[in-house]
Design a protein around this ligand. Sequence first.
Ligand code: ACO
Length: 329
Amino acid sequence: MDKKIGVKILGTGSYLPEKILTNSDLEKIVDTSDEWISARTGIRERRISKSNEPTSELAYKASIKALEVANISPKQLDLIIIATITPDMFFPSTACFLQRKLGIVSIPAFDLSAACSGFVYGISVSKAFIESGLYKTILLVGADELSKITDWKDKNTCVLFGDGAGAIVFSNSQKDDDILSVFLGADGLYSDLLFLPAGGSVYPATESTVSENLHTIKMQGREVFKAAVPKMALAAEKALELSGKSINDIKIFIPHQANIRIIEAVAKKIGISMDRVFVNIHKTGNISSATTITALDEAIKAGKVCKGDIVELITFGGGFTWGAAIIRI
Ligand code: ACO
């Protein structure tokens, strides 16, 4: 009988736009303070893309770095997936724009929509595709430009978000199996606690959707917070169970970077100390589907995790959606 096909992680890369927006910059835009933002969220600054720098451009820059680390050319890929909720356009997919920028043709390319959980959802899809034998070498990207769907007059939300992209290259393997487990969940009952109302088929763009400011993120922060902690803890524990590993086998935990208080509460709930949790929210804010992969890439580059180490990614986002993945670097 043929040996089971496993997944090998070939490389990661990330890219954050150059422009830094600090909390003091935000003090000039809305009625807020560095003290409030830092204490309530842990965020000190975030990156903002240029007007002529769409999501596919950030995705491209992250992908080039991941392909370099993987030591493969774009021509060796046979599938591109981008997790995003801020696509360049409704269609074609941002993955098609990325494919064009990478100078390749013919291979399938599609976007995946699961809000902040998109990257972990993408890991699950990549694992299934590779294990089934359908694709051999997959580029998975988490890329978002939340600055472009943020209401810059709303102090409740505009202090939270930023822009960035991260990418990972997976290949099939007879020897390695670097995705140990993935656990996913969703609950559409809560879809109106975190959403972007207009521009789709419910409220197509009209003068009134623009004048009523319905093309920006709406969020009931406290409710989201309350749901995020138990769901992220549940996902973390379920993925561990599925992997057959114990909590002590995990070198670092990389949770979705939405709020340091959520991260600390999840760590407490699953029984780990904060020195085992990787945090970069102070520099990035919440970049939705890009948070876990940009943090993972930073952790690898900073030597916080080495070849063979096991890492758990834990996420939560609009939908609500949640998930966790246990991977070997
Ligand atoms: N500056 C100063 N004051 C503020 C600000 C601000 N930026 N924002 C809100 N306030 C005020 C409020 O008006 C309120 O004032 P009041 O008491 O006089 O009414 C007070 O601060 C407290 O407001 P809360 O909303 O209760 O503050 P909370 O402690 O819950 O923090 C926050 C708000 C940071 C949004 C938090 O609830 C949170 O992080 N929620 C989760 C967000 C999240 O995880 N999103 C995830 C996914 S995002 C995605 O999927 C795209």
